[in-house]
Design a binder for this molecule. Structure first.
Ligand code: NAD
Length: 354
């Protein structure tokens, strides 16, 4: 079978990681890299002399490519993605898919009408530790899930065209949606623009899911410590996914609190009992999530399969981010998220987006 001919648009911070994987993967043929910036393009050329360089991404449309990977700043995603789809190219767009839900819907509709794959770079959908965490939740080992707490903190990297919410929270939101297998009913957010006027560099999100499960996401470009952690607290056990660990990424704590039955015997008898048992560390076969993501993109094109992080998944995350952004700008209002589409999308399969 012929390799899938790939072009990459955007070779800044993240693009080189995508290029490395698409260059290495069997079944993929990295044909071209486009970047507006001459220095970025020189870096790409010296690393991959056999790959065609282009300042203008429109050059890629003349090369007979099968697919394009978009790794440019989020504000450019919609325009570039739309043009790629209009040129009948399968598409992997990095997160966030777009900066508003209507644009995401338009991309989904366009891809569907042309029979093209539209995938979004939600890298945590390809992370073995997140899969393991989900199996602990789904098996009932953690008991009833009370809440999820996620933290993604570091000093930088400040972005020019988006705030910390749009830059970092897509990772945690996509992971939480996958872990719970549900969409939130509402979201509220508050944050601070500490360094630059009007650009939030610290944000706290609170997502409410059905069955009263809540999820908290703390994202920051302004923290002294690098933290990448998701904690799941259940009635039986608690699990921590620490992405900063090389090997011991998941720990299951047999910890909890039991509340005695009320006996009318007065406050003196009413004692919580704390359980602190073993800590289990599952052995997870870890393969670079981005490599899995790139391989999955190729596989979905070859097998005409729906990607695990599809355009629809991208749309869901964008809808949550947009509601959180509204809350952030309006004094932390509680935003109810309407999952039913308002007939702005006409394709039959998209009417099921709600
Ligand atoms: N999945 C992940 O873990 C992950 C991690 C980091 C970044 N990202 C995502 O990757 C994307 C890129 O982020 P980044 O940090 O690399 O940004 P960046 O600013 O470092 O790089 C973007 C590159 O795109 C180029 N560019 C901009 N407009 C262009 C255009 N019209 N045509 C061609 N090139 C153009 C710029 O010159 C720059 O080299 C973003 O969507 C970001 O959210 C994903």
């Amino acid at each position: 079978m012929e390799a899938i001919k790939i072009g990459i648009i955007g070779y800044g911070y993240w693009g080189p990681n995508l290029a490395r994987n698409f260059f290495d993967l069997p079944g993929s043929d990295l044909v071209a890299i486009a970047d507006l910036n001459a220095e970025s393009l020189e870096r790409a050329q010296s690393r991959y002399p056999q790959v065609s360089p282009a300042r203008d991404y429109h050059e890629l449309f003349k090369l007979g490519l099968d697919a394009v990977v978009v790794s440019t700043p989020p504000s450019t995603h919609f325009t570039i993605a739309r043009e790629c789809l209009l040129h009948n190219l399968h598409l992997l767009v990095d997160k966030p898919l777009t900066l508003n839900a209507r644009e995401a819907e338009e991309l989904i509709e366009l891809a569907e009408s042309r029979g093209l794959n539209l995938m979004v770079g939600h890298t945590f959908a390809y992370n073995g530790a997140v899969h393991a965490l989900k199996s602990y939740i789904d098996s009932g080992e953690l008991g009833v899930i009370y809440y999820i707490d996620a933290a993604r903190l570091n000093l930088g990297l400040f972005q020019r065209d988006s705030n910390v919410l749009w830059d970092l929270a897509p990772h945690d939101i996509s992971a939480i949606l996958y872990l719970l297998g549900e969409k939130p009913i509402s979201v509220s957010a508050h944050g601070m623009p500490c360094v630059s006027d009007g650009i939030f560099d610290v944000a706290y999100l609170n997502l409410i899911f059905p069955k009263k499960i809540s999820a908290h996401v703390h994202v920051s470009w302004l923290d002294p410590c690098k933290v990448r952690r998701i904690t799941v607290v259940g009635s039986k056990k608690m699990a921590v996914f620490n992405d900063m660990e090389n090997e011991l990424k998941i720990k299951i704590y047999d910890k909890g609190v039991d509340v005695p039955e009320y006996t009318n015997g007065g406050f003196g008898e009413f004692q919580y009992s704390y359980r602190s048992g073993d800590i289990t560390i599952p052995n997870i076969r870890f393969i670079e999530p981005l490599r899995q993501e790139c391989q999955h993109f190729i596989d979905c094109i070859v097998n005409r399969a729906e990607p695990r992080s599809s355009g629809r998944d991208g749309w869901e995350v964008v809808k949550i981010l947009a509601a959180a952004q509204h809350s952030l700008a309006n004094g932390s209002t509680q935003e109810v998220i309407q999952w039913k589409t308002q007939n702005t999308v006409t394709s039959p399969s998209l009417q099921t987006l709600g």
